[in-house]
Ligand binder design. Structure first.
Ligand code: FAD
Length: 357
């Protein structure tokens, strides 16, 4: 392949749901584009989550633009169904995806981006970063953590409860991962849930549909030039069936964090030492932006300053799907389409100003 054959007007880095949603709108333009993804097959993060994970919104409310996820308004898709939907979505629209290709470093010279990968170097006029956060698990800096001789894993590596059967386990983290892992580990192990503050549960009837409604309302307000309504803050944990079942069993109670770790376990704030076999850190993720460090844009908080999805200090770079800082609920299937559409509108205006005028 020649250098010019490896040039596209737009290169999207990352082929998970955010990259595909961007592809959906790019496909409607006459821009040349392609997606680089470093996984062996389609599905993004859904290929890597734990075995029992179910989406917190029914299929109908978990869809990318253009094609509803099969399953209707009452079934909560499994991890495999979500991955399969993304694979079929990619095929349905015939997206140009190159994989496995890992983008190592993006640089810009004379108005052209160079995307160095673990294979060839690609060039582009505009870059969309859609690399998600699964590659970047976060574990807090707890004193003594490195001395602990038991098992420590992050929820990114957690596959199922069997390895913990009969053990004394601490599940750390008050979000959906923590609640769901606690719910299933507590069936086979002596498990304690540890959260910074009292966990905040959404009402039972509220699920991912609520995100859909909120995203719609915020989008409408922006289109009509009204100030968007602040997202209602109802709680963090979605009461999916396994979490409700854990509540009914009486195990959905959390205590505040231990003060430090020792070789054999933990020391609680009152000074009491306790032996434990394993700690599962369900403590979240940070955006996977290593490939953008070469542009000098990644701030101390691990993010790139954006207006909407466009990088403030690099106007031909966009970031899609990383969470509220790149668009309300943009890390979800249901809401990422809006960020993707706004992004492609901006790219088209930048690269084809005459068409838009
Ligand atoms: P990803 O799916 O991670 O895709 C990014 C892709 O880019 C991956 O294939 C990655 O390998 C690749 N990549 C990364 N870096 C590079 C690079 N340098 N070069 C090339 N490729 C690269 N969302 C919902 O919508 N509904 C739910 O019910 C839901 N439930 C969830 C439950 C839990 C417990 C968790 C943790 C998350 C849940 N999510 C849910 C969120 C969802 O899993 C993620 O937010 C989503 O997968 C993010 O999509 P993405 O496309 O941004 O990133």
């Amino acid at each position: 392949m020649t250098d010019s054959e490896r040039h596209r007007e737009v290169v999207v880095i990352g082929g998970g749901q955010a990259g595909l949603a961007t592809g959906f709108y790019l496909r409607r333009t006459d821009l040349s584009w392609l997606i680089l993804d470093d996984q062996a097959g389609p599905g993004g993060a859904w290929r890597r989550t734990w075995d029992s994970l179910r989406l917190f919104s029914p299929a109908r409310f978990s869809s990318l633009p253009g094609w509803l996820m099969p399953g209707g308004a009452d079934t909560y898709p499994t991890r495999d169904e979500a991955a399969d939907y993304l694979a079929r979505y990619e095929t349905r629209y015939g997206f140009p995806v190159e994989r496995p290709v890992h983008a190592r470093a993006v640089t810009r010279e004379e108005g052209i981006f160079r995307i160095a990968t673990d294979g060839a170097t690609w060039t582009a006029d505009a870059v969309v970063s859609a690399t998600g956060s699964w590659a970047h698990p976060v574990v807090p800096d707890v004193p003594g953590r490195e001395t602990f001789l038991g098992v420590q894993i992050h929820s990114a590596e957690y596959r199922g409860p069997d390895a913990f059967a009969g053990r004394r386990v601490l599940v750390v983290g008050g979000g959906n991962s923590g609640a769901q892992v606690l719910a299933e580990v507590s069936r086979v192990a002596d498990a304690t849930w540890i959260t910074l503050d009292e966990p905040r549960f959404l009402p039972d009837h509220v699920d991912g549909r609520y995100l859909f409604d909120q995203a719609t309302e915020i989008y409408r307000a922006q289109k009509e030039g009204r100030p968007p309504p602040p997202p209602a803050n109802l709680g963090d944990v979605v009461m999916v069936p396994p979490v409700r079942e854990a509540r009914d069993r009486g195990v959905l109670r959390a205590v505040r964090p231990f003060a430090r770790m020792t070789e054999r376990g933990v020391v609680w704030p009152d000074g009491r030492a306790e032996d434990v076999d394993a700690v599962i850190w369900c403590t979240g993720y940070r955006a996977a932006l290593e490939h953008l460090r070469s542009l000098g844009l990644v701030d101390a908080d691990g993010r790139v300053a954006v207006r909407g999805t466009r990088a403030v200090r690099e106007p031909m770079l966009w970031l899609v799907g990383y969470g509220n800082w790149t668009g309300f609920a943009s890390a979800t299937l249901v809401a990422v389409g809006r960020s993707a559409r706004a992004t492609v509108d901006e790219i088209a205006s930048a690269l084809r100003p005459a068409d838009v005028a």
